[in-house]
Design a protein around this ligand. Structure first.
Ligand code: GLV
Ligand code: GLV
Length: 327
């Protein structure tokens, strides 16, 4: 009989059809949120689960689902996985890197430009009927071209943003990362490695693209914001929790930095109420990878991982490859 797979959220009908060619599929096309108990109940007897990056896979769930072999995340980030617990249970995790890199870098740049040039704020003003005259200082922002771009987290997406800035907008690019890029990557991105402190002090625009982990929790809090230029902008397309949102709301209200652009939030889809009331922040609902072709490619990659692993023991993008070799 076919392996059984659970799809945790609504997804493309074509994805369900691909899965159904190989598996007995239970899906959640209504997209209603399942409680953890519901999720565990539906996982009974399933060998695979298609997750979207928000379903928590932890020791409690793994203990309760002994038949589970693979969790395929339709996201590059996988902080919803307790990877150590999965490895201990012999459960493979896969993510969806690479296919979203350029799309996400485009969005990081779009959010940076919307923030620095006050596009969202000025559009609200116009729609509210407040535009009655020209004014010399109306919605004056900060320049992108020729400014200094500081990138924290120089993975594939960070490098994509660096290239856009350096080659497209003549920006000076500095970066901080756990490890330095090699010389040829630095040359391709025209990026110089600096300490986090120097980056915060000298960048005109700071873009965060680090994966979330306990070590990266509140990479940017009140102390880090205090190092930034009062004219600087801060962009978070990484994960909620990388920025201390409460501290950021205070800093924005007090104009300690000029503006912020946020696609991800601590405790999302809830957003810190203080962020909703400051004008100098652009807020988007975690959509950096959301283009039709990229979301299709992400779903296809998660599907390829499920099919490859459950039918041939192979996976394209494992996050704990030790599980593959231990078999
Ligand atoms: C989105 O946030 C992702 O991790 O793909
Ligand atoms: C990080 O996960 C990246 O692809 O940048």
């Amino acid at each position: 009989s076919k392996p059984k797979v659970l799809v945790a959220r609504a997804i493309f009908p074509e994805t369900i059809a691909r899965l159904e060619a190989h598996f007995e599929v239970e899906s959640n096309q209504t997209d209603a949120a399942w409680s953890k108990a519901d999720f565990i109940a539906r996982m009974q007897g399933k060998q695979g689960v298609f997750t979207t990056g928000t379903e928590r896979i932890d020791g409690e769930l793994l203990d309760a689902c002994p038949e589970l072999k693979i969790c395929a995340n339709m996201a590059v980030g996988y902080n919803n996985f307790d990877v150590d617990a999965m490895t201990a249970h012999g459960v493979l995790g896969t993510n969806a890197p690479d296919v979203l890199t350029e799309t996400t870098a485009d969005f990081g740049f779009a959010l940076l430009m919307a923030t620095a040039r006050r596009i969202a704020e000025s559009e609200h003003f116009l729609r509210a009927g407040q535009w009655t005259k020209w004014a010399y200082d109306m919605f004056s922002g900060s320049d992108i071209h020729g400014s200094t771009l500081g990138i924290i987290g120089m993975g594939r997406i960070g490098q994509g943003i660096a290239k856009r800035g350096a080659h497209g907008f003549g920006m000076k690019v500095i970066y901080h990362n756990r490890s330095r890029l090699d010389a040829s990557q630095e040359a391709e991105c025209k990026a110089s490695y600096v300490s986090k402190e120097e980056l915060l002090k000298t960048a005109d625009h700071v873009v965060l693209v680090v994966p979330y982990s306990p070590a990266s929790h509140h990479t940017i809090g009140a102390a880090e914001i205090a190092l930034m230029k009062p004219t600087a902008t801060l962009i978070n397309i990484a994960r909620g929790g990388i920025v201390d949102d409460a501290a950021l709301a205070v800093a924005l209200r007090e104009r300690r930095i000029a503006a912020a652009g946020l696609d991800v939030f601590e405790g999302e889809p809830k957003v810190h109420p203080d962020l909703l009331t400051v004008s100098n922040v652009v807020l988007t609902p975690h959509i950096a990878s959301a283009t039709v072709p990229t979301r299709r490619a992400m779903a296809d990659l998660a599907t390829d991982n499920l099919i490859g692993f459950l039918t041939q023991g192979k996976a394209l993008t494992p996050v704990n490859p030790a599980v593959l070799t231990a078999k």
